[in-house]
Design a protein around this ligand. Structure first.
Ligand code: AMP
Length: 193
């Protein structure tokens, strides 16, 4: 894997474990020669992973829509910053640069980004590996919701299974490296019509 997009909080959360996980993920990417693509901010755990990888002299590419380009939030010390006209264009640009996606703890922005990646996978538009780093079991309730969606007939089990989850960074990356996308997309095989 050459580059991975990391979606994560523009906040640091209340528990230091989240920022520590971002440091560990950044170090692991550097060790394995994986470049980071992310939202381009210097705030929250986004800023933490970018700073970590810049300290390691690794590649960090930020992709930011013009409307978020404020001095207080934008990172100015990264390898490359790409500006897009719209939020939606940013996702397309990120997708073109990466081989996979990882979500760390975050809020609406993080969930929006990782669920869009999952939707593209479910429709067979992309076949990239999608991982969740489940530090401190942060995603427990979100994952239960997904199981509920399977149980109630709104999500296919094989699409639920696209998401690789671990609280160990090394294990998560191993799983992602051997990921095989589901053969049938939702377009040709619906859950309950
Ligand atoms: P959130 O999880 O709501 O904190 O949003 C974080 C995610 O949304 C990140 O992965 C970013 O790509 C994007 N994002 C949110 N706020 C900003 C910001 N101020 N600057 C850059 N990206 C942001």
């Amino acid at each position: 894997m050459k580059r991975i997009a990391v979606f994560c909080g523009s906040s640091k959360g209340f528990n230091q474990e989240y920022a520590q996980a971002a440091v560990k993920l950044g170090d692991c990417f550097s060790k394995q020669g994986i470049g980071l693509v992310y939202g381009g901010g210097k705030i929250g755990i986004m800023g933490v992973i970018a700073d970590t990888m810049m300290k390691n002299n690794s590649e960090v590419i930020g992709v930011i829509p013009g409307l978020l380009k404020h001095e207080e939030v934008i990172h100015t010390q990264i390898t490359q910053m790409i500006t897009t006209k719209k939020m939606s264009k940013r996702k397309v640009k990120i997708s073109k640069l990466v081989d996979g996606y990882i979500a760390l703890p975050g809020g609406f922005g993080t969930l929006d980004e990782i669920f869009e990646a999952l939707t593209l996978g479910q429709l067979g538009i992309e076949d990239k590996a999608i991982g969740i780093l489940n530090t401190n079991n942060f995603f427990h309730h979100a994952l239960l919701q997904l199981d509920h969606m399977v149980k109630e007939g709104f999500l296919k089990q094989e699409n639920r299974d696209m998401i690789m989850v671990s609280d160990s960074i090394e294990e998560l990356i191993i799983k992602m490296r051997s990921y095989k996308a589901p053969v049938l997309s939702k377009v040709v095989n619906t859950v309950a019509s």
